[in-house]
Design a protein. Structure first.
Length: 114
């Protein structure tokens, strides 16, 4: 069974940084792609960033230039480095993996104070 476990969320002031990690229970190369969604209170879940099996990355416009998705294939980890955080980045962040069935992590809370 595929398991994804996120970590690294927390409380940070606007302008600060956080790095989220997603630990996969099997080789990340077994997935078509992996990435992150987020869900703010009262809003729909929003796709944030993805990295393909081949290493290509893509981002939602609102985080381009501030967030970076990367991976450590030896450790089966995917990261989301978040810089210049804004209050509107506050959300629960979910890691996902497509194989092609989509698997989800349990989520990690990110709170950005103004």
């Amino acid at each position: 069974q595929v398991q994804l476990v996120e970590s690294g969320g927390g409380l940070v002031q606007a302008g600060g940084s956080l790095r989220l990690s997603c630990a996969a229970s099997r080789s990340i190369f077994s997935y078509i792609d992996m990435g992150w969604f987020r869900q703010a209170p009262g809003k729909q879940r929003e796709w944030v960033a993805a990295i393909t099996n081949g290493g290509s990355t893509n981002y939602v416009d609102s985080v381009k230039g501030r967030f970076t998705i990367s991976r450590d294939s030896a450790a089966n980890l995917v990261y989301l480095q978040m810089n210049s955080l804004k209050p509107e980045d506050t959300a629960v962040y979910y890691c996902y993996a497509d194989n092609p069935q989509r698997y989800w992590g349990q989520g990690t809370q990110v709170t950005v104070s103004s």
